[in-house]
Ligand binder design. Sequence first.
Ligand code: 5GP
Length: 133
Amino acid sequence: MSTLFNRIINRETPAYIIYEDDKVIAFLDIGQNTKGHTLVVPKVITESVLTADEDTIAYVNIIAQRLALKLSDVLKASGVNILTNANPVSGQTVPHYHVHVIPRYTEDELKFLVSSNSDTIEETFTFLKDHLG
Ligand code: 5GP
């Protein structure tokens, strides 16, 4: 399967690459939700965090943390969101596992919207106790 991110890895699609090694590539997200918003992408093609092997998940997140520290330092960010979306319902638009590193600034307006659900926390906990095994 060829994905947009695979085309970036293969230099068929241009990107602002800020880090690369034999296992991952990191480049600026075209959306730039905040200054320095970066995507960390494994070179192995796997759809999401739900399909990736544990070594890949570990390495992608290690690099995400290193970049978060460096970006925060040079861009003078006050914090960072490190997150991943899995499947379209969660907001995933590119079916190639990636982690967002989003530097956060005191005055930025970025908001993650959440909606509530109708089950109580007790109902959910009881259901999970019976089903998680
Ligand atoms: P997702 O929504 O799948 O979690 O994240 C995909 C991200 O890829 C989005 O934040 C979007 O802005 C970014 N994106 C989409 N197309 C391109 C592109 O051509 N180049 C770069 N650098 N980022 C892209």
